[in-house]
Design a protein around this ligand. Structure first.
Ligand code: FUB
Ligand code: ZN
Length: 658
């Protein structure tokens, strides 16, 4: 059958990871922690937690079952490790990756099928529960891992495995196949197939991705048909007992409530949504599909203008790990899965590539520097699954989870950071994130361009870029100017650039670059107050603090190790300046907030002589609590919960002027 689409019509590409060096004071040490602590710790968890044993095929009835999507954890770890290997050679890690690849190859059935849960625990039931059982989701992660592994090592061992599996899936999803017209209940395979098409140049993978994207939500409804064929309620029946009665809610859960091109409201499980939207944006870029692009733009508005937390967290509703209604953004119960923000970063990058607009990079940066970074401890070995906006002390990061999707997702994102910093288009380079280091970029129509970037970001807003391009070649260099950066200034070789050089959120400089050319940008970074749309009921009367791309929070370690007020009792003064300073102890820029704290009961009651007859503090009283003027330290949100159990709040009480 002739292909419906061509590969590589997408006009933008990301750089090879090996061609970008990151050596700044912020990202370089954090990525080194991922390389030296996170990836090895996750390998240990995979070895001791059963993931690798399951691939050895030693499971016997009566033993604890392998998890239905363990392959995805293994795959994301291979992906992170492969990205790391492109940047720092590590024979030990390389050997571990090869061992795991060999285990995957050994677990593959002769016809290409690869999923140990169905091979061992439920033989004969493969592809009968696409809605719940995650087979194609796992395949998607395996495909991403295989492409990463191939690009890092040049080996095709894993790529060969996954291509055989994709061949099988292509047959089974096609006419007369066991799941003809199907698609997965957890999106991921679609974006992975686009990656596979780009890596191999084979358009049939794009066709398959588009078939699945377009089949989603159409009638006759695939998931009903497979439920009827299967004769039971599916793998997640016990988790969602209300599903038969709440048909619409559970169609929304996996975004199958309507054909994707007709969707406008971001609903359902947030990670599923992000991976679907990534695939839609990818397909729109590869094929020029305006219907998919328009849907992505509408969904973007829904997410970022009505359903996203200040920290770039998404998915307010824990019951579905997903979106709640418009402006429904509770603080204490906020879910904000780390994977969902990883997915948001991925989608934002794709939307920026598709449209060329800097506002997508603003959201990408927000999610990256706040929710995603908060997902791991400073030592890189403990993780948040959900990222609350407020806590009274009940949230601590854990070394691993029974459902361990987040830890390796975070690792693979941070190890592929260069893709989010640079984008190459014909005759043009976009710098979307200010990351110190250098990049060697092959720019169509220009040749090899080298950028050397020096910056103190995100602690300071200075960004200096030395540009080396082939003599005489015309190159457009675009640098994103974040929406928060009021008063940003830019100079080329010491000469001011005009304000109208900023278009679509990017500073544009087009010229035949000469040796020694330097572009210097200054992004003012005073601490700023932020208020929410009053329709966000949870934030009424509240204010938050941000500085540059970082959102701040007030934290009080419960062991009393810091002189910090109860974050719930902090009232931020409106009209006094917020100071900032570098803390050597924390290795962060902290904000010194002018606040009043609402004092504790005992002091108030005693001073007012308002105690109840038995001497206890009355529950309700006519005298207001006393307040004390003081300075409260706020730290970047990503850094909270690194000092033991702590109380924390992003949205503080606001002292509105009379
Ligand atoms: O279902 C696979 C992953 O596990 C999801 O993306 C996460 O939300 C977690 O449920
Ligand atoms: Zn997750």
């Amino acid at each position: 059958m002739p292909s419906l689409v061509n590969v590589n019509n997408g006009l933008s590409t990301v750089p090879a990871l090996a061609d970008v060096r990151i050596d700044d004071a912020f990202w370089a040490p954090r990525r080194e922690v991922v390389r030296t602590h996170t990836i090895p710790q996750q390998e240990r968890e995979l070895r001791t937690g059963g993931h690798l044993d399951a691939l050895r095929g030693t499971w016997r009835p009566g033993e604890p079952e392998p998890h239905v999507f363990w392959e995805s954890d293994v795959a994301k770890w291979i992906e992170a490790a492969s990205y790391s290997l492109t940047q720092v050679p590590d024979p030990e890690l390389d050997a571990a990756v090869e061992e795991v690849v060999a285990l995957l190859a050994g677990a593959q059935e002769p016809d290409g099928y690869l999923n140990v849960y169905f091979s061992q625990v439920r033989p004969g039931r493969r592809f009968t529960d696409l809605r719940d059982a995650h087979e194609l989701y796992c395949l998607g992660h395996l495909v991403e891992a295989a492409v990463a592994h191939h690009e890092a090592t040049g080996r095709t061992s894993l790529l060969d495995v996954v291509r055989r599996y994709v061949d099988l899936v292509e047959r089974e999803l096609g006419p007369g196949g066991s799941c003809d017209g199907g698609y997965d209940g957890h999106e991921e395979i679609e974006l992975a197939l686009v990656r596979l098409a780009r890596a191999t140049g084979e358009a049939r993978y794009l066709d398959l991705a588009r078939r699945m994207v377009d089949a989603r939500g159409r009638e006759p409804f695939y998931f009903d048909a497979e439920t009827e064929r299967r004769g039971d309620e599916g793998y997640f029946a016990s988790y969602f007992p209300d599903r038969p009665r709440q048909v619409q809610r559970f169609r929304e859960y996996n975004q199958s409530h309507a054909p994707v091109r007709e969707q406008s409201d971001a609903v359902g499980h947030a990670v599923r949504a992000m991976y679907l939207y990534c695939a839609m944006a990818d397909l729109a870029a590869e094929t020029g599909d305006d219907g998919l692009r328009a849907a992505c733009e509408r969904l973007w508005t829904s997410v970022t203008e009505r359903k996203m937390y200040l920290t770039g967290g998404i998915g307010a509703d824990p019951s579905i790990e997903g979106f709640a209604g418009d402006h429904e953004l509770p603080n204490e119960s906020s879910y904000n899965e780390t994977c969902a923000s990883v997915g948001l970063v991925m989608w934002a990058q794709r939307m920026g590539a598709l449209t060329g607009e800097g506002r997508y990079g603003d959201v990408m940066e927000l999610a990256l520097y706040n929710t995603v970074l908060a997902g791991a401890s400073a030592d890189g070995t403990h993780y948040f699954y959900g990222n609350p906006m407020a806590s009274d002390g009940g949230h601590e990061r854990e070394p691993w989870f029974g459902c361990a999707c987040c830890p390796p997702n975070l690792a693979r994102l941070l190890m592929s950071l260069p893709w989010y910093a640079y984008l190459v288009r014909p005759g043009q380079v976009d710098v979307t994130l200010a990351v110190g280091g250098s990049a060697r970029l092959d720019v169509p129509g220009v040749g090899e361009v080298r950028l050397d970037v020096a910056t103190g970001y995100p602690w300071t807003g200075d960004v200096a870029i030395d540009v080396t391009a082939p003599p005489g070649a015309d190159l457009v260099l675009r640098v994103r100017i974040p929406g928060w950066a009021d008063g940003a200034r830019a100079e080329l070789n010491g000469e001011d650039l005009p304000d109208d050089a900023v278009v679509d959120g990017f500073l544009w400089v087009e010229r035949a670059w000469r040796a020694g050319d330097r572009l210097s940008i200054e992004l003012p970074m005073p601490a700023r107050r932020v208020w929410a749309d009053p329709r966000v009921r949870a934030d009424l009367g509240r204010v938050a603090v941000a500085r540059g791309p970082l959102v701040y929070c007030v934290e009080r370690p419960l062991d009393g190790s810091a002189d910090a007020p109860d974050p719930a009792a902090v009232v931020l003064a409106r009209d006094e300046p917020i100071g900032t300073s570098w803390s050597d102890e924390l290795g962060l820029v902290v904000a010194d907030l002018p606040v009043r704290t609402i004092d504790d009961d005992a002091a108030t009651v005693e001073a007012d002589g308002a105690a109840a007859p038995d001497g206890a503090a009355p529950l309700h009283r006519r005298t207001p609590p006393r307040t004390t003027r003081r300075t409260a330290e706020a730290i970047p949100y990503f850094a909270w919960a690194n000092r033991g159990p702590s109380a924390m709040r992003v949205w503080l009480l606001d002292s509105a002027p009379a």
